[in-house]
Design a protein around this ligand. Sequence first.
Ligand code: UTP
Length: 287
Amino acid sequence: MIKAVIPVAGRGTRLLPATKSVPKEMLPLVDRPALFYTVQEAVEAGATEIIFITSRHKPSIEHFFNPDPELESLLEKKGQEKALHEIRKVTSLASYHFIYQEEPLGLGHAVGLAKNLVGQNPFLVLLPDELLLSAPSVSQSLVQSFQKTNQSQTAIMWVSREDTSKYGIIEGEKRGDLFYIHNVVEKPCAEEAPSQWALPGRYLFTPEIFDDLENLSPGRGGEIQLTDAMTKLAQKRGLWGLPTTARRIDTGNPLGYLKAQVEMALQRPELKEPFLKYLSDCQKRHP
Ligand code: UTP
């Protein structure tokens, strides 16, 4: 039994104008919001409680995960069993909590708000705009790997030198299958990056991270950075990197969003064949 924190309070500026009125996490991949896949990953890794750090500008997230008795009775009356089953599945996957981040002060600030609800146990953090495709999922692997160290863990992924400026990058040493982390640098340029091991947005923290998140001054970009707290955690208590070869798609920009759409469509048996045929026809029409 584990809790998962999913921060969704950012403004999603890279997907404007759509995200002016629709949260990026609620943009659909095929027929369910992108955020649903993140919740599913957390639940499959053992999470029974999901803590969303959300914004008052995003009421549709709560609406999606909370029961809607009116809609359910309408579907019952109309005999739409399949749709009824689908929406009940969403509401019964886990218990959901919503904490408001009044201003998007940074990812570190967002995670810190979960302190009281998380309590004294280790917890997962999943960034929903990072789609990580692998079996078992990266969150499942983190939960498994935690048994070995009983210390905080983050997934790490090898990236090209040119891409280090898009991620948190670790400095650490390999110990067995894991990396022992000394330091985490937020979005360093290629020349300053201490390695090419990047953070793809999946973490399993012990609650001590909350002490390191408290009183943190704004870091890079004027935001309260989770990576700054991770450095403190690494230096005081231990933080491990678990390498992953999962395929990563950043769904928070137009090309990434399109790629995620294609991937999720191809995972649906009833859509795969006609959709592939359509894509191949598209390629012929747009050589
Ligand atoms: P991002 O920086 O990728 O998301 O944060 P963003 O700020 O919404 O997107 P852009 O860059 O403006 O397009 C990673 C995750 O952390 C959440 C975001 O909602 C996203 O899921 N986040 C970020 C918060 O919840 N609060 C914050 O203060 C910052």
